[in-house]
Structure formats: structure tokens, C-alpha cells
Design a protein around this ligand. Structure first.
Ligand SMILES: *Cc1c(COP(=O)(O)O)cnc(C)c1O
Length: 396
């Protein structure tokens, strides 16, 4: 998955252009920048590749999620439905606005279970935020249907699935808003960075203003610009954006490599009795950044993970025990461990995990193993890895 594996001449050239002009900021300094606008260039490439009207590039994926929510008017006390299996950024972005994260079960897609989503809707629900974990997507038709029926927004977190698609449409472009991360370990990286995409003019207008202190971006004198509403600073630098300009051009090549490597592993693992692959919703195409499979029991999954580690098969994860990706280790959220006071709406609205029944999520995540697909492997390395994995799985 990490685009940094294949850093090369393209990235260097792009960064050099920025260093040459010396304009590291995405706004202003028109005279000095020699016509180079790297953040804008990345936004154009991204909106084209994702077939949307607007893309706005920012400092991180977490920032993109926060801005997406803010742009759609989400604020104090609003409930946002998110999965039990994701990255901590999901609830961080929601909490940043004083909104309340409501955790909901995942199913064998390893993403939001639409039935569980419907059961969690209250009069305070504003947004459903599916997270396309480990390269594959939620059942977007079912979620869209629920959102339409209840008047909710659909916000896709496609940070781990850039380049995947659903019924012919790029992931991230299907909901009202979609977000990507370009942090150092993602398929496309800027070092640090993220983006939101949307077809909605109003959300886009809100997003670029909100992420730059409320600047209205009218005219060419920053100091004289008006501030129609309160904002914040989530800007990306031109240096980071320049790296992204090179990387986004290589996305389709990265996807082809991932698919090839994934296919070799998948074919090999298919020969092992008891191994079941994660379900990809009908019409979905993964971005092949991970291969995900279930074993018959939690105990077998944990033992398999340990055996893979012992055998030097790196990049395989047992998310069930992971500190960052599964609700079981999010006591800091459940116990409301914050440096300062939380808004009252959040204090009262947050779920107490010790009283929640997420056994449906445990059933799937507890039996799942998830292995990263690297870009830099030679075909021989993938085949050797496949053989080792099959040998370990069969021996257990
Ligand atoms: C990486 C990631 C994010 C956050 O991105 P950052 O750029 O690291 O802030 C959000 N959601 C998911 C699912 C991610 O994997």
C-alpha cells in the first residue's frame, strides 16, 4: 500500500519546482510563484480522477473528515454514525466539532452493517460515515437508501481505499462527501495530507473557507479578504502537495501492482480449507491494498497471526487486539479521557462501551487477518510469501 515505496524522480522534480520558486504556501504570493500552484494542481488531478466537481486538499485525512462534517453544518450534539472497526481519526474528527460519535457494528464486509445503522438512528442523527477499511467498501446502495429515507448525509471515509470503485464509480465520489488521507503510509502519500471531494458547490465553498481561517478567497489581496464565518487552519503546504502531484499520476500503476500481488496471494490462500475471504459488496472493486480473510475461530486467528509473525511474514495484522483500529482498545474514548472538558452534549451522548453489545463486530473482526499488499515486492517475493502463508495456515 504505501506509495513511498516507489518514490522517485517524479516526486523529486515536483518538490524542486516548489523549492525553486520558494513559495511554500498554497495561497497568495502570485508574483513570486512563477505560475506554480501545487495544491490546486493536485485538486484538479484528484477531481478528474474521482469524477467529481470539487476536490479540496488539506493537511491530513483527519482534517479532511473534520472539514467535511463542518462544511455540511454538523455541530454540537449532532450524532454521526461510524463503525466499531476503523481508525481513531473517525471519532476524533467528530469530537472536534462537538458532535457525538455513535459506534455501530460491522459485518463480513468489515465495514458498517446497514441494518445496524438503521437501528442506531435517532432524532439527533445527521450523518452516516462508512469507512472503507483495508481496501474495500461498505454496501453503499443500502446505506444511501437509508440516508435518503431518513434525510441523512452520507460521508465516505475512503482513506484506505483510494482507487477502489463501486458500481463503476470511484470510492469517495458516491456519498455527499468523501475523504482521502495522504499520510505517509497510504497508497498515495504527500508525507502528510488529505482531501475531501464533493459534487456539492455549497459544501466545497464552505470547505475551502473553513480550512483557511474563514478566508473567502475573493480577489488577490489576502489581507483584505472577508471572513463570512469562523474557520480554522488545516492548510497543506506546497511542498507536501507537490509530492502528491507526482503520486496521484501514479495511482493507476500502483493499483495494477497491488492487484497483481493480491491475486497471487488470493489464489494460494484459496487452497486452504477453512479460509474465507471478506465479502465485497456486489459491484464493488477493491483497491487491493490489503488481503483480508477469516479463520474459523478467534483462537485460530490469533495463533495464525503469531505464527505468521514468527515466520517473518511482515505486514499482517490482527486488528481485534490492535490499539488504534478497534473499539475494544478505545477506553480513552469510552472513559472520556480528555485534557480539558468535553461539551455537555458529548459527555452525555457518548456510549459506554462496557454496556454495549458489539458481539456481531467481534464475531467478524475476532476471526480476521489482514495483510498489507506492498508495491515493492518482486513476483518471486510474493510467491515465496504465498507459499509460506499456505504452509503455516495448513499446519494450524
Ligand atoms: C489514515 C486514516 C485516516 C486519517 O488520516 P491522517 O491523514 O493520518 O489524519 C482516517 N481514516 C482512516 C480509515 C485512515 O486509515
Amino acid at each position: 500500500m504505501p506509495g513511498f515505496e516507489l518514490f522517485g524522480e517524479e516526486e523529486r522534480q515536483q518538490v524542486e519546482i516548489v523549492l525553486h520558486t520558494g513559495v511554500l504556501m498554497r495561497y497568495g504570493f502570485d508574483g513570486m510563484r512563477d505560475g506554480h500552484w501545487k495544491a490546486r494542481e493536485l485538486e484538479e488531478a484528484l477531481s478528474q480522477r474521482m469524477q467529481v466537481n470539487h476536490a479540496h486538499v488539506v493537511s491530513s485525512g483527519t482534517a479532511a473528515l473534520t472539514i467535511a462534517l463542518a462544511s455540511a453544518g454538523v455541530g454540537a450534539g449532532d450524532e454521526v454514525i461510524m463503525p466499531t472497526f476503523t481508525f481513531v481519526a473517525s471519532f476524533e474528527s467528530i469530537l472536534a466539532l462537538g458532535a457525538v460519535p455513535i459506534l455501530v457494528d460491522v459485518d463480513d464486509t468489515l465495514t458498517l452493517n446497514p441494518k445496524a445503522v438503521e437501528n442506531a438512528i435517532t432524532s439527533k442523527t445527521k450523518v452516516v460515515m462508512p469507512v472503507h477499511m483495508c481496501g474495500s467498501m461498505a454496501d453503499l446502495d443500502a446505506l444511501q437508501h437509508i440516508c435518503n429515507k431518513h434525510g441523512l448525509l452520507l460521508l465516505e471515509d475512503a482513506c484506505q481505499a483510494i482507487g477502489g470503485s463501486y458500481k463503476g464509480e470511484p470510492l469517495g465520489s458516491i456519498g455527499d462527501l468523501g475523504c482521502f488521507s495522504f499520510d505517509y503510509v497510504k497508497t498515495v502519500t504527500c508525507g502528510e495530507g488529505g482531501a475531501l471531494i464533493t459534487d456539492n458547490d455549497e459544501y466545497y465553498e464552505n470547505a475551502h473557507k473553513y480550512s483557511d481561517h474563514g478566508h473567502d478567497h475573493v480577489g488577490d489581496d489576502r489581507g483584505a479578504e472577508a471572513h463570512p464565518f469562523l474557520g480554522y487552519n488545516f492548510r497543506i503546504s506546497e511542498l507536501n502537495a507537490a509530492v502528491g502531484c507526482a503520486q496521484i499520476q501514479r495511482l493507476d500503476r500502483f493499483l495494477a501492482i497491488q492487484e497483481k500481488n493480491y491475486s497471487i496471494l488470493r489464489e494460494a490462500l484459496s487452497t486452504v480449507e477453512g479460509v474465507i475471504f471478506r465479502r465485497v459488496p456486489d459491484g464493488g472493486v477493491e483497491n487491493y491494498s490489503f488481503i483480508n480473510f477469516f479463520l474459523p475461530t478467534e483462537d485460530m486467528a490469533r495463533r495464525t497471526h503469531n505464527a505468521l509473525l514468527d515466520a517473518g511474514v511482515d505486514g499482517c495484522f490482527y486488528w481485534y487486539d490492535n490499539n488504534w483500529h478497534y473499539y475494544r482498545k478505545w477506553q480513552h474514548l469510552s472513559d472520556q479521557k480528555t485534557l480539558g472538558k468535553l461539551p455537555q452534549e458529548v459527555q452525555h451522548g457518548l456510549q459506554d462501551f462496557s454496556k454495549m453489545d458489539f458481539s456481531a463486530s467481534d464475531h467478524w473482526v475476532g476471526r480476521n487477518i489482514s495483510c498489507l499488499i506492498k508495491l515493492g515486492w518482486t513476483e518471486n517475493e510474493v510467491r515465496e510469501r504465498a507459499d509460506t502463508m499456505v504452509r503455516i495456515l495448513k499446519s494450524l
